[in-house]
Design a protein around this ligand. Sequence first.
Ligand code: NAD
Length: 355
Amino acid sequence: MSKSKHILFLPGDGIGPEISNEANKVLLYVSQKHDFDVEVSDRLIGGIAIDEEGSPISDSTIEIAKESDAVFLGGVGGPKWDSLEPANKPEKGLLKIRSELDLFANLRPSMAFPGLEDTSSLKKEVIEGLNILIVRELTGGIYFGTPREIKSDSAFNTMIYSTSEVERIAEVAFKSAMKRGKKLCSVDKANVLEVSEFWRGIVNKVSKKYPEVKLEHMLVDNAAMQLVQNPKQFDVILSSNLFGDILSDISSILSGSIGMLPSASLDLNSKGLFEPVHGTAPDIAGKSIANPLAGILSIAMMFKYTFANETISLDIENAVEKVLKDGFATRDIANEKSKLVSTSEMGDLVIEKLK
Ligand code: NAD
């Protein structure tokens, strides 16, 4: 048998531990079912790590994350730590692990789930069958560019990208498109920004390696409009850090509930950190009503991207789909006909469907 894969769980704060529990349960069940050898461990991150270890992520946790094959994160932050200085906040733990693991590629799928079309703010026919993937550059661009300064009467930031930064994220996007509908839309603002003109040129160069992928370029303002007007035209969307931040939040509302959306952040070798798109939902923490499906679908992404195991990934996705088709729902996705279930009941139902 091949060497077992080690997965580090970082449950974090608020609903993070509740979600992580269900993700862990499904991971262990599905691995056993497919004879995929895993071992898991967990460590602290975020507010709870500040309280118990004195920093939002300890050096030893970073070391374990580096040695692990993949990391699952619940979420960090909450009102208890809101008054701390920005440099000491729980979110620093997340930023630190992202940069220490060099997770430059953020992948966020957005899809319409069967039976949940009515929970979206868009018309059913606009989102029915929707399945898009946003590939966002995560460690460069204007959020990290220097120089940056705030003075009394002016302030500025620097949006900068190097050839290698654009090449590596474009590679991730083209490879993802090859595994999907072979369509890629690169988003920029090349009509006014030099950095976007540069970005576009490199994406065009990388595209020569992927002649099967149909590439188009779209200005970010138009892309934002198209995402709500006709989102089904997209397959994979590639964007820089800033534009991707905004577009991925728009795309997250397309599918109805933020409790349904997984994400992956990958390094050059597709090792990654997998986490739900939502935060720690302090308003519902501890009530066993949080939706664990974004977390469970993040495990499906782990199998797809880090372990290149489409079979297990699809098995999880199909099980989730079946649970929803049977009308089971946590409160955030329920309508008057739903069979309302708790966080752990939802995890149990997914396992039931995997059997
Ligand atoms: P949030 O995503 O936590 O919650 C927004 C709304 O969605 C809330 O009403 C919440 O109850 C609901 N919601 C979120 N996840 C849900 C789920 N799984 N099931 C059912 N309902 C769900 O965003 P927020 O309220 O802006 O932030 C709360 C805290 O989370 C803040 O401290 C913020 O900094 C942190 N946060 C962390 C991350 C992260 O760790 N990656 C991301 C975003 C926000």
